[in-house]
Design a protein around this ligand. Sequence first.
Ligand code: NAP
Length: 223
Amino acid sequence: MEKFAVITGAGSGLGRELALQLSKQYHTLLLGRNQDKLSLVKDEIVRSNGRASFYPVDLRSKEQIELVIKELQQFPIDLVIHNAGVGHFGPFLSSSLEQLHDMFSTNVFGTIQLSKGLIPILLEQKHPTMINIISTAGLRGKKHEALYAASKFAFRGFAESLQKEFEDQVHIVNTYMGGMDTPFWDNSTHITDRSRLRSPKEVAEIILSQYMNRQEIIIESKK
Ligand SMILES: NC(=O)c1ccc[n+]([C@@H]2O[C@H](COP(=O)([O-])OP(=O)(O)OC[C@H]3O[C@@H](n4cnc5c(N)ncnc54)[C@H](OP(=O)(O)O)[C@@H]3O)[C@@H](O)[C@H]2O)c1
């Protein structure tokens, strides 16, 4: 029987890599805001004889999340990867309320609302799994990352609590990675030397080779 995996933020970076690598075993359901990016990833998967479909959704919109959950209910999804996320960095006193809202509405509220819609589908499957892409910023605070770290600590608190609540029902894996060389940094001056960042391909390979036997995966930054 065909297996289905949902990956949020699948149009670029780590989400794209996870989708490409998983598409050998799964029909991947690609979520993200930008339809063109999702469509390119789908084409790449189809060219390699994999299966993929895409569903544009802005995780900051309650209405759009409700609609996408309705569409996804037709699939027996047994893997959900919460990967979509945004980051705004810089001195705390220069940060804006808009940045705070942007990060919490995507990294926290949208992710939580989507989980509420997808966990009932996971619970109907034999061996369901949820992988949460957090960040080492969800393990410890960092200079000029106050609001981003606050959002990732919130995501971690949610994700660790779900591990306890759905113990024996859903295998939940929380992942914490350091810097990756992805479009995440394209409009930021926070990282100056991108050569020290891991590739999203390498991080996706580590996660996918370990997640079945782990509840937590920590991939520290390169020294
Ligand atoms: N890059 C790093 O150094 C690093 C380190 C640790 C953790 N992380 C985390 O890893 C995850 C993936 O990031 P990445 O590095 O691969 O960066 P990325 O290429 O920018 O990917 C983030 C994805 O999230 C999607 N997204 C953002 N806002 C969204 C929204 N409101 N609704 C739906 N989708 C949304 C984006 O797609 P659209 O543009 O189509 O919306 C994008 O494809 C994020 O959660 C990030 O916080 C990144």
